[in-house]
Design a protein around this ligand. Structure first.
Ligand code: LLP
Length: 414
């Protein structure tokens, strides 16, 4: 593996800083590089980019996305609130999600979001009641289930016939007849998101073809669908090299532009490809031991800070940093302090011999890590830092354990 230079900068800045572990450290330069690639796509191919903030909702990262002229895709009241606090205009926001609550939908309608994605007949009926009650129209996107296999981990494949996501093709006629009866529901967009960590980008051509055929078919019934949203899912290389599918997107969208021939506005919702390869979790070896024939490096980070290895069997490169003389290489399971055998950050990792106090970096930890972190075992959420020009700038504070103690004040009346 040839290590991305942005990781080298993170390590050298960390070693000379007073920052304590465990912590997420992001590379400002790599974030700018990734975000710029997307803003170039916007300019060159007129693609609208809505960053899927579920991948990472750090306020500073969102500001960088906003400053580059991109927008966001939100999935909950929390994400909507955060996006608006950062200054994204409601009229540019997409609200996605298979299970929006009534109050989330009502707020989305009142705010006049760019698109409210609908995923079921039930949800459309609730929206029709809300818009009628409020007397306000809403821009609707239909998330269709295209039955396209994203060829990825089953937990993150979302476009299969049996997935919980999207509208089944058998329901489209009913959806069309509801939309015909409720003029306050303005159908503007068709959408599909087939999954995440997709390496075969030709699948996006299939998604485009599916959506444009459907849109032409529906528009013949008197609708005016103007937008096709191809979702997110662009893969990165989980090898610490900083490589991803991003350089291939120019060719992909040139191909799609030819097929589209200006018929529809095209949008995408990348999450992982924006942030995954921009961040390392810095962690310290607390103890080493050998049980049976296994060597363990017990570190101060845990599955609570990056659940991807234990949830999906994902492999994140782990490297030892700041080491002096090169010593014997051993094979370790890098594990955390949480009381679960599934609490590992890496299995069978080759590292030069570790000892208490050594620092390890868990690479490519920028997407679906801090965003999926938990307080299990009452572990506080980690701080986040931005490495910029050799300095580490705090962009999220370490969570304070005392916050939880407030719940002790709730009177017990049993
Ligand atoms: N749009 C929708 C509707 C989504 O559900 C997602 C991700 C995205 C866009 C962005 O997909 P991306 O470009 O990041 O692949 N926790 C898993 C990934 C879950 C993806 C959830 N949806 C992981 O760590 O691999």
């Amino acid at each position: 593996m040839s290590l991305s230079p942005s990781y080298q900068s993170i390590f050298s800045s960390f070693i000379k800083s007073p920052v304590s572990t465990p912590a997420y450290i992001y590379s400002n330069q790599k974030l700018i590089q990734n975000i710029s690639l997307f803003s170039e796509l916007t300019k060159k191919h007129l693609i609208q980019v809505h960053y899927a903030m579920k991948a990472n909702n750090n306020a500073q990262i969102l500001r960088m996305v906003k400053d580059a002229g991109l927008s966001v895709d939100v999935n909950s009241l929390g994400e909507l609130t955060q996006a608006m606090k950062i200054g994204f205009l409601p009229s540019n926001l997409i609200f996605a999600g298979v299970g929006k609550t009534d109050s989330e939908l009502e707020l989305a309608v009142k705010l006049g979001l760019k698109t409210i994605k609908v995923e079921s007949v039930d949800e459309l009926l609730v929206l029709s009641e809300i818009t009628n009650h409020l007397g306000i129209s809403a821009n609707i996107g239909l998330r269709l289930n295209p039955e396209i296999d994203a060829k990825t981990h089953p937990y993150i494949a979302t476009g299969l016939a049996t997935s919980k996501f999207g509208i089944d093709k058998r329901d489209i006629d009913q959806i069309i007849s509801i939309l015909s009866n409720f003029p306050l529901l303005r159908l503007t967009t068709l959408d599909a998101h087939i999954g995440s960590q997709i390496t075969d980008l030709n699948l996006f051509v299939d998604v485009f073809t599916f959506l444009s055929n459907q849109a032409n078919f529906i528009n013949k019934k008197g609708f005016s669908i103007t937008d096709l949203d191809l979702g997110g899912g662009f893969a990165i290389e989980y090898d610490g090299s900083g490589q991803s599918t991003l350089p291939e997107l120019d060719t992909l969208f040139s191909k799609i532009a030819l097929l589209n021939n200006g018929a529809f506005k095209i949008s995408i919702e990348p999450g992982r490809a924006v942030v995954a390869n921009t961040c390392a979790i810095l962690t310290r070896v607390l103890y080493t031991k050998t049980n049976g024939d296994k060597n363990f490096a017990i570190v101060d980070a845990a599955m609570t800070d990056n659940i991807r290895p234990s949830l999906y069997g994902s492999v994140h490169p782990i490297v030892k940093i700041g080491q002096g003389s090169v010593s014997e290489t051993l094979v370790y399971d890098v594990v955390g302090p949480v009381c679960e055998s599934g609490d590992f950050l890496g299995e069978d990792v080759s590292l030069s011999q570790c000892k208490r106090g050594d620092f390890l970096a868990i690479l490519d930890s920028g997407a679906y890590t801090s965003a999926m972190a938990s307080n299990y075992n009452m572990r506080p959420l980690l701080p986040e830092y931005l490495e910029k020009d050799g300095c580490l700038i705090e962009i999220r504070r370490r969570q304070n354990v005392n916050e939880w103690l407030e719940n002790l004040e709730i009177p017990y009346e049993g």
